[in-house]
Design a binder for this molecule. Structure first.
Ligand code: FES
Length: 380
């Protein structure tokens, strides 16, 4: 196989009704994984969660994007910024995990950076000839916020976040994403490539088989034709019967109120969206949930689930107790999917695995495949 040959993706790039999935080796080959990391995640605006989770000046989190360690921190001026998580002296990883700090101090030789990245203090450097503290601030990484979501981009030449997202904000405006608050985060370590996880989130085809008895009775009816977007994202909108898609049928009677201002027709519908490459979210009558996508290797991934509700809903008496039914459904849905995806991975890793055609219920899978094919072949 030639990883960069357009011939490898000929069937992927056909219109969705004729297209095939990505070749199976795109899900299991470590060389392709490295290429994807560089050509896809290294160039995209990558969604990394919610701005309200870093609420106060000094709040930070660390993560890796395309294998690059990054710090996201809120400055004293309330601005969110991203930096390389490597000391400008001898490369020490500066922060781990998440927390809050007044300044970023290197544990190796004590260099200290302000929250805006400026180098503040440098012990025992007075004899270093030509050393100018002002030129050794933390290396910045592009960061943008849209609809309450944080995005980072390692590529200085990439278009702006606004251009990357196109009509994303307009299409999701009825849900008022910027007014929602994340109430909980849950991390899932999954023994599969990152793509099957985000693909299954975006297709209705599997519901009847994988979620039989849990939420297969929702009776999704996604519209045909598939919606066209102007941004680097794909979306699936479907009407369903009354009630929230975020609780199982048994808990429907105890559901939370609708998102304030959400039109009546959208109160019996769900919109699932994937901002390429792998930031996925679903919005329904009363809430929104999303998964951050963190590829680990060709056969391993990490996903962070964030669950978001309107402030008014969170403030209502008994919210914590009622929220448990939602968390139960999200966990159940994830575990039912993961069981299948880890088995799919075993099949995809077979040298005899082939890629098949797509149902009209999984056109978003075709959209992701086309995005990846175009990104990796543009490197050729
Ligand atoms: Fe950070 Fe030396 S590596 S102060």
């Amino acid at each position: 196989m030639n990883l960069l040959s357009p011939d490898s993706f000929e069937k992927v790039l056909l219109p969705n009704a004729e297209a095939h999935c990505l070749p199976a080796w795109c899900y299991s080959d470590e060389e392709f994984f490295e290429l994807e990391r560089k050509a896809v995640f290294g160039r995209a605006w990558v969604g990394v969660g919610r701005q309200e989770l870093l609420e106060k000046p000094g709040d930070y989190r660390t993560l890796e994007v395309a294998g690059t360690p990054i710090i996201i921190v809120r400055g004293e001026d309330n601005e969110l910024r991203a930096f390389s998580n490597a000391c400008r002296h001898r490369g020490m990883r500066l922060l781990e995990g998440e927390g809050s700090c007044n300044a970023i101090s290197c544990p190796f030789h004590g260099w200290k950076y302000k929250l805006n990245g400026d180098l503040l203090g440098v012990p025992h450097m007075e004899q270093a000839v030509g050393f100018d503290r002002k030129t050794f601030g933390l290396t910045p990484v592009r960061l943008g916020v849209s609809d309450g979501f944080i995005f980072v981009c390692l590529d200085p030449d990439q278009v702006s976040l606004s251009d990357w997202l196109g009509d994303f904000s307009e299409r999701h405006a009825p849900y008022g994403f910027e007014n929602l608050r994340c109430t909980r985060q849950t991390t899932y370590e999954v023994a599969c490539n990152w793509k099957p996880f985000v693909e299954v989130f975006m297709e209705y085809y599997h519901l009847k088989w994988v979620h039989a008895g849990t939420f297969d009775s929702i009776d999704y009816r996604p519209p045909v034709p598939h919606e066209v977007t102007t941004g680097n994202y794909t979306t699936v909108f479907g009407f369903h019967n009354e009630g929230s898609a975020a609780v199982i049928d048994a808990d429907a009677a105890n559901a939370l109120p609708p998102i304030p201002g959400l039109p009546a027709d959208l109160q019996r519908a769900t919109r699932c969206t994937m901002v390429f490459p792998g930031f996925i979210m679903a919005a329904t009558k009363d809430c929104m949930w999303y998964f951050e996508c963190h590829p680990v290797s060709a056969g391993k991934s990490r996903f962070v689930l964030g669950t978001c509700f309107p402030e008014e809903t969170i403030a209502q008496p008994g919210f914590e107790e009622i929220q448990k039914a939602y968390q139960k459904r999200w966990h159940l849905g994830a575990m039912e999917d993961v069981e299948v995806l880890e088995r799919q991975q075993l099949g995809l890793a077979s040298p005899l695995a082939t890629s098949g055609p797509l149902s009209h219920l999984e056109y978003a899978v075709g959209d992701l495949a086309k995005f990846i094919a175009r990104q990796v072949t543009s490197q050729a």
